[in-house]
Design a binder for this molecule. Sequence first.
Ligand code: 5RP
Length: 234
Amino acid sequence: MDVAHQTSAKEAVGIHAAQLVLDGMNVGLGTGSTTAFAIQELGRRIRTEGLSIRGVPTSFAAERLARNLEIPLATLDEVAHLDIALDGADEVDPHLNLIKGRGGAHTREKIVAALATEFVALVDASKLVTQLGSVKPVPVEVLPMAVSPVMRALEHLGSTEMQIRMGQKKDGPVVTDQGFWIVDAHFGGIENPNELNKAIHAIPGVLDHGLFIDMTQRVLIAEVDGTIRTMEKG
Ligand code: 5RP
């Protein structure tokens, strides 16, 4: 899928997903270019339809976008439970397991997704894989002083290649919203994502990582022609 088609697919699925949001809902607002279209559509619905919602953002970026659109926001101190959370993904397998975190927001995204009755992933068809890890690395958020032991432990778990994620317009590592670093760990096709999920969690110095196992209730997929299809937990 070329970039122009991918962008219009992201827009189509973002707008579609925003229609799942009903009056009075508490809504998790994900991070990334696909969810940005959903957030923009929610802003439009608030302005033109009088939709009444509270959004819980998953990153500084999502918060700034939502504030610019005058979407009422709440924190997890104010809201114990979300009706729905909308978010993008980098890979989706046939069991609705995901790799997330290209935007480095996966730790907050996972917290928000776990509190939602329904977590909906929004993707274009290029994100579908038969096995997680086939294309994308697993982003691992790490306490900076622990980066070397964490990387050695990831190698022990089978990572064949790792990079500390570097800033684009800043020298040195990307610093997350939590003040941590990100190690992008390539595993190739992951045979047992749930086992790897638990094993990475158990490494001291890891805050969280981008494997989302058994968390997604629905995936909305935009095809190249803009049609949307749904995969649901069976
Ligand atoms: C950010 C994420 C994003 O949701 C994921 O990377 C998809 O991004 P995009 O919609 O821009 O392709 O996990 O941490």
